[in-house]
Design a protein around this ligand. Structure first.
Ligand SMILES: Cc1cc2nc3c(=O)[nH]c(=O)nc-3n(C[C@H](O)[C@H](O)[C@H](O)COP(=O)(O)OP(=O)(O)OC[C@H]3O[C@@H](n4cnc5c(N)ncnc54)[C@H](O)[C@@H]3O)c2cc1C
Length: 415
């Protein structure tokens, strides 16, 4: 495997055709195949599918390792939220001994083997600061830490979750305790015995509450909006898997009615615990707004028993805690912000046609969210998790490979 290091690219930099200019500042390189930005699961899947079709690619990754979102920005007890059959990348199944919901460590080791198996080329520690199509040469110019690359195809794989969302709540800087985003939360041990407020009730917020509770913290969870909470499994079968299967045959409204009935039978009503359901069903809501239903892994039981308290939205922070919108105040030692993530694409991609500059997602939803103009592609932005990334990777590889093959059948003329 050729793991590219800075200054030692896989293509020969002394080869005149590979180097646009010598010893200029920044150093400039021509990359014959596609450049993929981001070495997360989506970028790796794209690289592997390209390789499988005979197209070499180069991944540029800002962090010092591959799969950094999982290695550096997730909590220890994390397991895949969905069963493994929905999380495998193309061309390489999970090892047969993996459990239904692989642990974070197992998922990381699978991805590391994936990199090795497909000899994926990557330049680590290389943050892309700008990428722009240059119509005068018909190539993309990609600037990254003292280097400029030009390439014909650019694959954006920087993820839906590349930046933590920090909410602007009045008085937050006055709070004297600890404030931490879930991307920096590792485990509940360091919060043992503390009064902790978790702001946000998505899958991560719920799981962090459970972890804190299991570490004897006194946990309150802010629930501002309505949400769908579903059992992770129905009669031992994954709720997600059942939904996917039913959606092949039935309208989304029918599937939603079924899911809500099962949830009511298994979990009971959730409204009385402060978890009110939206009018629109869970799968339809996911399709329309990208809001994922929470798959319960035990947090609801703790809420029902009163070990986790559901509290209303925060009006403002005080030096010792918060005041809620209902005027009540409460003291906390620490606050965990489970307030989600956002795409960072608008900060570096200079292009307005394909990506929405406001939210950093492609304008066109799935299944058309993978291809833009002028050799621009996106993977991992379909709000469909790793399954969506796999579909994107295969479509992108097929599309680029057909262009690659069309040009490579010509013999270069020696001049
Ligand atoms: C806690 C959690 C659990 C999840 N569980 C599941 C699950 O069970 N099943 C499922 O299908 N999905 C799950 N997801 C959703 C999704 O599949 C994962 O977030 C997955 O990591 C997305 O892969 P990605 O490659 O698209 O993005 P990322 O993993 O975020 O990778 C993007 C990469 O791009 C790099 N990057 C960003 N900006 C730049 C730049 N400017 N220059 C160079 N590099 C850059 C980042 O450092 C990162 O390495 C989960 C998400 C979270 C947060």
């Amino acid at each position: 495997m050729t793991n590219l290091q800075r200054g030692a690219p896989d293509f020969d930099p002394d080869e005149p055709s590979a180097r646009v200019t010598e010893s200029s500042n920044p150093e400039q390189f021509w990359v014959p195949g596609p450049i993929i930005i981001g070495a997360g699961p989506s970028g790796l899947a794209a690289a592997a599918c390209l390789k499988d079709r005979g197209v070499p690619s180069l991944i540029l990754e800002k962090d010092g390792c591959v799969v950094s979102s999982w290695k550096l920005r997730t909590y220890e007890r994390l397991r895949l939220h969905l069963p493994k059959q929905f999380c495998e990348l193309p061309l390489m199944p999970f090892p047969p001994n993996f459990p239904t919901y692989p642990t974070k460590q197992q998922f990381i080791s699978y991805l590391e083997s994936y990199v090795e198996r497909f000899s994926i080329n990557h330049l680590l520690g290389t943050r892309v600061r700008r990428a722009e199509y240059d119509p005068s040469i018909g190539f993309w110019r990609v600037s990254a830490d003292g280097m400029e690359f030009i390439c014909r195809w650019l694959v954006v794989a920087t993820g839906e979750n590349s930046e933590a969302v920090m909410p602007e709540i009045r008085g937050i800087s006055d709070f004297g305790g600890r404030i931490r985003h879930t991307s920096c939360y590792k485990n509940g041990e360091e919060f043992r015995g503390e009064r902790v407020l978790v702001v946000g009730c998505g899958n991560s917020g719920m799981e962090v509450c459970l972890d804190l509770c299991n570490n004897q913290a006194q946990v309150s969870m802010v629930v501002r909006d309505k949400l769908h909470i579903l059992p992770r499994e129905i009669l031992g079968t994954s709720t997600f898997g059942i939904s996917m299967w039913l959606l092949k045959w039935f309208r989304v409204e029918v599937v939603d009615s079924f899911l809500l009935l099962c949830s009511w039978l298994i979990l009971g009503g959730t409204g009385r615990y402060g978890l009110r359901r939206p009018k629109i069903g869970p799968m339809q809501r996911k399709n329309e707004s990208g809001k994922t239903p929470v798959l319960d892994i035990g947090t609801l039981t703790k809420i029902k028993s009163g070990q986790i308290k559901v509290v209303p939205a925060i009006s403002h922070f005080t030096d010792k805690g918060v005041e809620y919108v209902d005027g009540k105040q409460e003291v906390f030692d620490s606050v965990i912000l489970a307030t989600g993530y956002k795409s960072n694409v608008p900060s570096w991609l200079k292009e307005g046609d394909f990506f929405n500059e406001k939210d950093g997602f492609p304008w066109t939803p799935f299944p058309n969210s993978w291809r833009g103009k002028n050799g621009l592609y996106a993977t991992g932005f379909s709000r469909r998790g790793l399954l969506g990334s796999s579909v994107d990777a295969q479509r992108i590889a097929e599309d680029i490979a057909s262009q690659w093959k069309a040009t490579s059948k010509y013999t270069p003329l020696e001049l």
